[in-house]
Design a protein around this ligand. Structure first.
Ligand SMILES: C[S@@+](CC[C@H](N)C(=O)[O-])C[C@H]1O[C@@H](n2cnc3c(N)ncnc32)[C@H](O)[C@@H]1O
Length: 249
């Protein structure tokens, strides 16, 4: 497979959260995160490709000391503004070369590993995370399951939401293209009769369990558990919406 460019969501950082409800996400994702954090051998956590910082803030609320990284300086600015917390240090940083630690737990959630720029970028991410984890440290990743029937078709989602007085219409498209998936994010903010628009695109690199297993073992990590979704159902290669994997150093 060819390499793909990595893509930060800088242009859309201001409106990115119009795509989801952070509280609803944490209600769905929080119990798995909590139990993984409780089993980690320490409180130091890295949230890699943290976006607006919802997972960093959730874990900081449980007592974690979090280093939260995103490639986009604009996204880090939004995260700092929306979710300041004394337990979080925000950094502008590339998942493929994160430095710091030692962390007891690293997270890469929200399908972010698919943005690493192809299998070489994924391998570099595992290598840099593997180096920065403490002995027995965990790495939790969540990507979309690209073999699910929904992921094999083009999908377009339209969400409307009111954000700080502006009416936002967000349009998200996922279009399979040969071995990749083309992602477009478009935001139309309507405020006092005027429109402000912004867009970002990314080429997603679909990841399967053997890819992850290969990159992990080359970096001294092994799989502890796999799930097919945040409710911790077993992973099924064609029926699960997500692929969630917990690795251990
Ligand atoms: C789909 S969002 C997920 C954000 C967050 N983890 C969540 O679950 O809400 C992907 C994020 O990855 C960031 N990103 C893309 N490439 C990256 C890279 N090479 N290193 C670090 N962050 C990256 C983007 O800027 C964006 O904020």
């Amino acid at each position: 497979m060819s390499d793909t460019p990595s893509a930060a969501f800088s242009s859309v950082a201001t409106y990115y959260e119009a795509l989801f409800d952070p509280e609803a996400r944490l209600a769905r994702e929080g119990s798995l995160l909590r139990s993984v954090f409780e089993q980690a051998p320490g409180r130091r956590v890295a949230d890699i490709a943290c976006g607006t910082g919802i997972h960093a803030a959730f874990l900081a609320g449980l007592g974690a000391e979090v280093d939260a990284f995103d490639l986009s300086a604009e996204m880090i600015e939004v995260a700092r503004h929306k979710r300041p917390h004394q337990g979080i240090r925000y950094h502008c940083g590339d998942m493929r070369e994160v430095r710091g630690g030692p962390w007891a737990l690293a997270l890469c959630l929200g399908n972010s590993l698919s943005l690493a720029g192809g299998i070489k970028g994924v391998a570099r991410t595992f290598s840099s995370v593997g180096n920065a984890l403490s002995e027995g440290g965990r790495f939790l990743i969540q990507v979309l399951n690209y073999r699910h029937p929904d992921a094999l078709q083009s999908r377009h989602t339209v969400i409307t939401k009111s954000v700080e007085g502006a009416e936002i219409t967000a349009v998200k498209s996922l279009v399979p293209f040969h071995e990749h998936v083309l992602l477009s994010l478009n935001f139309f903010a309507h405020d006092n009769g005027r429109f402000h628009t912004c867009s970002d695109t990314a080429v997603l690199y679909p990841l399967a369990l053997p890819d992850l297993e290969h990159c992990a073992s080359a970096s001294g990590l092994r799989i502890v558990e796999t799930w097919g979704g945040y409710s911790q159902q077993p992973f099924h290669p064609t029926a699960s919406p997500d692929l969630i994997v917990l690795f251990r150093k």
